[in-house]
Design a binder for this molecule. Structure first.
Ligand code: ZN
Length: 168
């Protein structure tokens, strides 16, 4: 007797790829089905943009680790916690295993927060990226000019999206 494979919940389409993030620190991007590297990475980039207001900057010469593998989704509780499901990575021959594609977040390089693009007050260069930086004895979300190193206040793109009620 064969059971129909369980379809796990919580995946949303990004660039047509059903994607979610798993792990305690959201360290693994997981997609249902096998996807080629460029399609998977485009989906992960779209996830970063819309969910985190971030983009990743690959380290020169380093490739993100995209793995097409197999997974068993289980609905039972795991270690006493009641999750919607948990996942075990397996081989293709495990009964009930489904094809999945995963990307480990720590292979994507640095992250950069996206901000509303504004001009450097000193040299007028546009900047659409910003970060939390020490400022005035505290921390503030600020652009930093790559040309002249001036910093100035930034507005996080996620906050803009939330304020305007915008989605993806
Ligand atoms: Zn500047």
């Amino acid at each position: 007797m064969t059971e129909a494979p369980y379809t796990p919940t919580g995946f949303s389409p990004f660039r047509g790829v059903p994607l979610t993030v798993i792990g305690e620190d959201g360290e693994i991007f997981l997609a249902l089905g096998h996807h080629d590297d460029s399609r998977m990475l485009a989906a992960v980039a779209a996830f970063h943009r819309t969910e985190y207001g971030m983009r990743h900057l690959p380290e020169p010469g380093e490739q993100p680790a995209v793995a097409r593998t197999w997974a068993l989704f289980t609905q039972d509780e795991f270690e006493g916690e009641n999750y919607e499901w948990y996942v075990t990575f397996t081989g293709p021959l495990t009964p009930g295993a489904q094809p999945v594609t995963r990307v480990d977040d720590d292979t994507l390089g640095d992250h950069q927060f996206l901000a509303r693009p504004t001009r450097c007050p000193r040299c007028r260069r546009m900047s659409g990226a910003a970060d939390t930086r020490p400022h005035d004895g505290g921390l503030a979300f600020r652009h930093r000019c790559r040309t002249c190193t001036t910093t100035w206040p930034a507005t996080h793109r996620q906050l803009l999206a939330a304020a305007s009620g915008g989605g993806r």
